[in-house]
Design a protein around this ligand. Structure first.
Ligand SMILES: [Mg+2]
Length: 375
C-alpha cells in the first residue's frame, strides 16, 4: 500500500458563535480556518485529519502540511506508522518553530487508513476496553463572565446530562472563587466539577484558589500555573488535597520530569499534543507503568476529537472525555461527538476514525484548497 497524494482544504467558520452576544470583539480573529486533510492511497482508501484554528494558526498549518511534510508521506506505506512517526520525530528536531502537533495530525490520518484497511474502528484494532466514555462539559471564560452566566452554564450542563462540568477561569481569585462556590451550589454535592486555569496564575494565587477547591471538593485543579514550572507544581501537589492535573502542553518526552519530581497527581494528554495515535499509545503505556492516570483533553477540532474518542475507548486511565464549545463539532453527519442520554460519548461503528464527513457542508465552508507539494 502506498500514499499517492495529499489534499487539504481550509474550512472557514465565523468566530461569532464563540461569543455569547454573537459579536466578535475588535482585534479578535474573525474567522477560524481549520485545515481538513485527505491522505490518498493506491488502494482507494482515504485517511482524514484536521488541524486546530481559533488563534489564526489554521492557514500556517494548511501550508505546512504541504510545504514541510509532503515527501515524508507520499510514496510511503501508510501502515508503517512507527517508521513514519520516528522519521518525522527526528525531522521535528530541526523544525524549530513548528510544534510536534503537526506530525500528530498526520499520524491520525494514517491510523484512519489502517483502521479502514482492517475494516475496524481504531479502538478495536488497538484492543478495545470500552464502547463509551463519560463526557464532561467545558465552559470557557467567555461563557462565565458573571455569576448569572455561571448559573446558566451549570443548568445547561445538568439539563444536557453531562457526566461532569469543567469551568475555565483565569481572573483574579477574588472574582473567580465566588463563581467556583456558585458552581458547586448549582450542581450539588458529589457532581464532578473541575477547574482549568490554562496556566495563568502565580503560585500564591493558585494556592488561594486551590484551597477553595479543597473545600468545595472539586475533581481536579487543571494547569493552575504554567506547565513548565515544575518546582511550583511540585509544591502545589504537596499542599493541596484536590488532585493537580498538568502537562497538557508538555511533549510526551517531557512526561518523565513530572513523574520523577512528583509534580502532578494526574497527567494530561490528547492525540494532538502527544504525538497522534502512535504518541498516545506510548504516553498511555508510560502512565500505566508509572501508576498515573491520564485525563484525555479535547483537541477542539472534530476529527482530532474522534481520534481522542478512539484512544479513550482503549484505556481505563482517563475517567472522562471533554466536550468543549459546541462550535467545535462541525461537519460530521450525526454529530457523533455530542453527549448521549447516559452522559457519554459513544464509539462510532464505522472503520478507522469513524468520521462520516458531511461533504456538502464542507464544500459550503471551503475557502481554499491545496494539493501536491508546494515546492
Ligand atoms: Mg486544559
Amino acid at each position: 500500500m502506498r500514499i499517492t497524494e495529499i489534499e487539504t482544504r481550509l474550512i472557514r467558520l465565523s468566530a461569532e458563535a464563540w461569543f455569547p452576544d454573537g459579536i466578535v470583539p475588535q482585534n479578535s480573529i474573525p474567522y477560524w480556518d481549520f485545515p481538513l486533510v485527505t491522505v490518498h492511497t493506491d488502494e482507494g482508501i482515504e485517511g482524514y485529519t484536521m488541524g486546530y484554528a481559533p488563534l489564526g494558526q489554521g492557514k500556517a498549518n494548511f501550508h505546512s502540511i504541504h510545504d514541510v511534510f509532503y515527501y515524508d508521506l507520499v510514496g510511503k506505506n501508510p501502515l508503517d506508522t512507527q517508521a513514519i512517526w520516528q522519521t518525522i520525530r527526528f525531522k521535528n528536531r530541526h523544525l524549530y518553530i513548528l510544534s510536534e502537533a503537526f506530525y500528530a495530525e498526520l499520524d491520525i490520518a494514517l491510523w484512519d487508513i489502517k483502521g479502514k484497511k482492517a475494516n475496524m474502528p481504531i479502538a478495536e484494532l488497538l484492543g478495545k476496553m470500552r464502547d463509551k466514555v463519560p463526557l464532561y462539559m467545558t465552559s470557557p471564560p467567555v461563557q462565565l463572565q458573571d455569576l448569572e452566566a455561571v448559573k446558566n452554564q451549570g443548568k445547561l450542563c445538568l439539563s444536557r446530562k453531562y457526566a461532569g462540568w469543567k469551568l475555565q477561569l483565569t481572573g483574579s481569585p477574588d472574582i473567580e472563587i465566588p463563581k467556583l462556590q456558585l458552581a458547586r451550589h448549582v450542581v450539588g454535592k458529589g457532581f464532578p466539577l473541575m477547574l482549568d486555569c490554562s496556566g495563568v496564575y502565580s503560585y500564591l494565587n493558585a494556592l488561594k484558589i486551590g484551597r477553595a477547591l479543597d473545600e468545595l471538593e472539586y475533581e481536579w485543579f487543571e494547569e493552575p500555573i504554567p506547565d513548565k514550572d515544575i518546582e511550583h507544581l511540585k509544591k502545589l501537589t504537596a499542599n493541596l488535597k484536590t488532585p493537580v492535573l498538568a502537562a497538557e502542553t508538555a511533549s510526551l518526552f517531557d512526561l518523565p520530569q513530572y513523574v520523577n519530581n512528583g509534580a502532578v497527581d494526574i497527567l494530561r494528554g490528547d492525540t494532538h499534543l502527544k504525538g497522534g495515535i502512535t504518541g498516545m499509545i506510548k504516553t498511555l503505556g508510560f502512565c500505566e507503568i508509572h501508576g498515573y492516570e491520564l485525563e484525555i483533553h479535547t483537541a477542539a477540532s472534530p476529527i482530532l476529537d474522534l481520534a481522542n474518542l478512539q484512544i479513550g475507548c482503549t484505556t481505563h486511565l482517563s475517567k472522562f472525555l471533554e466536550a468543549h464549545h459546541p462550535m467545535f463539532r462541525f461537519g460530521l453527519i450525526g454529530d457523533p461527538l455530542d453527549v448521549k442520554e447516559d452522559g457519554c460519548q459513544h464509539l462510532p461503528s464505522g472503520p478507522g476514525l469513524g468520521a462520516n464527513i458531511d461533504w456538502d457542508w464542507m464544500d459550503n465552508h471551503t475557502i481554499d484548497k491545496l494539493k501536491g507539494c508546494t515546492y
